[in-house]
Design a binder for this molecule. Structure first.
Ligand SMILES: [Zn+2]
Length: 154
């Protein structure tokens, strides 16, 4: 029987994950690079020069003084939880083969049930949204539940 490549893919160990995203600054830097891959660009005027307001975690444009937050417009925007907690949740949810309940997520992260439930819903919605966009861009979408086929775009 041939070896299942998906089951034996390398993955990311928790130790290596924590080396990369163990601090709030690591997570903020990663999010900044993802949100602004070519550097900061003011959403108001397009200026590339800014300074940070460290007490409130805001970026202020030097030209028009517009203040923007790194987490605004992201799934982290409506939450008061630290980015390290969100990144850990992403790690646990994506590393789980059989799915992860909100109760288990709560125990792993030490947060409330409601926060874990909302966090899981937001992350799954975001992953589903990315899947749909990628599938649509590739010209093919197939969503399959446990037993029934829902639909496709040829
Ligand atoms: Zn500006």
């Amino acid at each position: 029987m041939p070896k299942n490549k998906i089951q034996f893919q390398k993955g990311l160990s928790l130790q290596n994950f924590l080396k990369s995203y163990g601090t709030e600054e690591d997570c903020r830097n990663r999010l900044f690079n993802m949100k602004c891959p070519t550097g900061f660009c003011c959403p108001q005027c397009g200026c590339n020069h800014y300074y940070t307001i460290t007490t409130r975690n805001l970026y202020q444009c030097t030209a028009c003084k517009h203040q923007s937050s790194l987490i605004s417009g992201t799934i982290f925007g409506s939450s008061k939880l630290p980015l390290t907690t969100w990144f850990l949740a992403i790690y646990f949810i994506t590393q789980s083969k059989d799915g992860l309940s909100a109760l288990h997520l709560r125990r792993l992260l030490g947060i409330s049930v409601n926060a874990a439930f909302r966090m899981k819903q937001n992350l799954i919605f975001a992953m589903l949204w990315i899947f749909i966009i990628q599938s649509t861009l590739l010209g093919y979408m197939k969503i399959q539940t446990t037993s029934s086929f829902i639909g496709s775009i040829p």
